[in-house]
Design a protein around this ligand. Structure first.
Ligand code: PMP
Ligand code: GLN
Length: 384
């Protein structure tokens, strides 16, 4: 077919995402796939049974635009329980088709032409395109080696009257770093008296290790009043393919969020919302997640401790970064492709999460995998 030459791309520099590229390369080469972040084990059978039950009993039509009330109620209880923050399920919680949709919706609801949005690099890949599609300007602050912490002095220098939004992400993809209560205090001080809105991407809120507590922005009332918190059931319940998430924000922000949400998707999967409302009643279903993944992280790093890769154990998420300076001087994108083709293991190169492709020779490996997958992966990594 002829390409219509009157199309002027709104995202001229955007290609296919790294997750699609690496996933396909892994499949084509029959490689162990530790690239895209998803579990290779099944989600809870009881949860699947619940979804089935609600489908079979006729809950198959549109859900309310804001989400099922019983689900929003239990999320309000969970947020109060864990973070001591009160949100009204009626006007402050919205169910979304995954976190990606929620992030796009939140950015679209708030960011206007020429507004500046600060994000931290390496950054999850869906923020920048959403900012640019809304005419905003992405402002980048690099996380500081070795533990990918935030340099608040740099953030301070970047804030001006055009700064409309700051997007934070803790636990952080791709680095596995976490923000502390001191970070939150700094953020509070910097945003006080401004009209900056914060998006807090907390999709890994329950995947945090070594006794650390997740510092949800909900815990900090002065920050919470200007923040849109986004989470994902995909991460929490090993069901990334269901694309279900939620957004928690004060009434006025939620009202703006819903104005966009209702025309982007209107409402989300009905039987899954019923099932999640039931499943969330058992708190262990999410409170045990940190231990569950910590065991996987520990198993993985124990297996590769004598390899030539260097690493600091991840503090949260289900990703482990490995540095390969001892092994090769290749670009991380080239090295990642070679690992797939020559060694049969797929990862994600970290330079793709920087707008200027900063390459520190680091790869991201997903350890949300069965023991046997991790063992096979480690056996390969130890040979490299
Ligand atoms: N934010 C981060 C940091 C992520 O890692 C992901 C991927 N799960 C998302 C957002 C998107 O989540 P979802 O799959 O629910 O759209
Ligand atoms: N969040 C997943 C990851 O970081 C990817 C989701 C996607 O493919 N967009 O691997």
């Amino acid at each position: 077919m002829n390409y219509p030459n009157f199309i002027n791309s709104k995202l001229p520099n955007v290609g296919t995402t790294i997750f699609t590229i690496m996933g396909k390369l892994a499949a084509d080469n029959n490689a162990i796939n530790l690239s895209q972040g998803f579990p290779d084990f099944s989600c809870n059978e009881e949860l699947i049974g619940l979804v089935n039950k609600y489908m079979m009993t006729g809950h198959n039509q549109y859900a309310p635009m804001e989400g099922l009330m019983s689900l929003r109620k239990i999320l309000a209880e969970k947020t109060e329980d864990i973070y001591s923050a009160k949100y009204d399920p009626e006007s402050e919680i919205t169910i979304t088709s995954g976190a990606t949709q929620a992030i796009f919706t939140a950015i679209t609801a708030i960011v206007r032409e020429n507004d500046e949005v600060i994000i931290f690099e390496p950054a999850y890949d869906c923020y920048q395109p959403a900012i640019e599609l809304n005419g905003g300007k992405t402002m980048y602050v690099s996380l500081k080696a070795p533990n990918y912490s935030i340099d608040w002095e740099e953030v301070k220098k970047m804030i001006n009257h055009r700064t409309k939004m700051i997007i934070i992400n803790t636990p952080h993809n791709p680095t596995g770093s976490i923000m502390s209560s001191r970070d939150m205090a700094k953020l509070e001080k910097l945003t006080q008296g401004t009209d900056i809105v914060i998006i807090s991407d907390e999709v890994y809120e329950h995947i945090i290790f070594d006794g650390y507590e997740h510092q949800s922005i909900a815990r900090f009332p002065k920050l919470a009043e200007r923040s849109i918190i986004i989470s994902s059931f995909g991460k929490t319940f090993h069901a990334t393919g269901w694309k279900m998430g939620y957004c928690v924000a004060p009434k006025k922000l939620t009202a703006e969020f819903r104005k966009v949400h209702q025309f982007l998707v209107f409402s989300c999967n009905t039987p899954i919302q019923y099932a999640l409302a039931d499943f969330l009643k058992k708190k262990d279903n999410y409170l045990e997640l940190g231990n569950f993944y910590q065991k996987k992280r520990d198993h993985f790093i124990e297996l590769i401790k004598n390899s030539k890769f260097q690493f600091e154990p991840s503090a949260g998420t289900y990703f482990q970064l490995l540095r390969y300076k001892e092994i090769s001087k290749e670009k991380d994108t080239d090295f990642a492709v070679r690992l797939i083709k020559e060694f049969g293991i797929a990862s994600i190169p970290i330079s793709v999460f920087y707008h200027e492709a900063v390459d520190n020779h680091v790869l991201r490996f997903c350890f949300a995998k069965r023991e046997e997958t991790l063992e096979k992966a480690a056996e390969i990594l130890n040979r490299i």
